[in-house]
Design a protein around this ligand. Structure first.
Ligand SMILES: C[S@@+](CC[C@H](N)C(=O)[O-])C[C@H]1O[C@@H](n2cnc3c(N)ncnc32)[C@H](O)[C@@H]1O
Length: 108
């Protein structure tokens, strides 16, 4: 997945832009509803977040302690996003990979 992908999440400056604009984006209510859904419906096993970006959803899950019993794996096709997420949350498992070719085996 070395080449640019169509959404341009890997374009220069996008990671910094996303981080800088995040507080002004109206995603908090959406994130909160997402965490509600995970709390209600997630059964057992680690949570896989595809398109984890810089880790803000991970942070929302962590804040509510949803990850404590389950564990978490964040996957993103954009290396710069994964780098930022790792820098921000060094104890979490963030990996670079495409949704259609995840870097782990089937049924793992
Ligand atoms: C809106 S941003 C991420 C928001 C993120 N959930 C958060 O909490 O900050 C969407 C992300 O999806 C990633 N992405 C897009 N297509 C992907 C694919 N096919 N496989 C994995 N990640 C993908 C992009 O690189 C980008 O970081």
């Amino acid at each position: 997945m070395g080449r640019r992908h169509w959404q341009n999440w890997d374009a220069p400056g996008v990671v910094d832009w996303l981080d800088a604009e995040w507080p002004g984006l109206t995603v908090d209510p959406t994130l909160s509803s997402l965490v509600d859904l995970v709390e209600i419906h997630h059964g057992a096993g680690p949570i896989l977040e595809v398109g984890c970006g810089t880790g803000r959803t991970h942070e929302a899950l962590m804040r509510r302690l949803v990850l404590r019993p389950h564990g978490y794996l964040g996957l993103d096709v954009t290396p710069a996003m994964v780098e930022r997420a790792r820098a921000r949350y060094p104890h979490a498992d963030f990996r670079t990979g495409h949704l259609l070719a995840p870097p782990f085996s089937d049924a793992s």
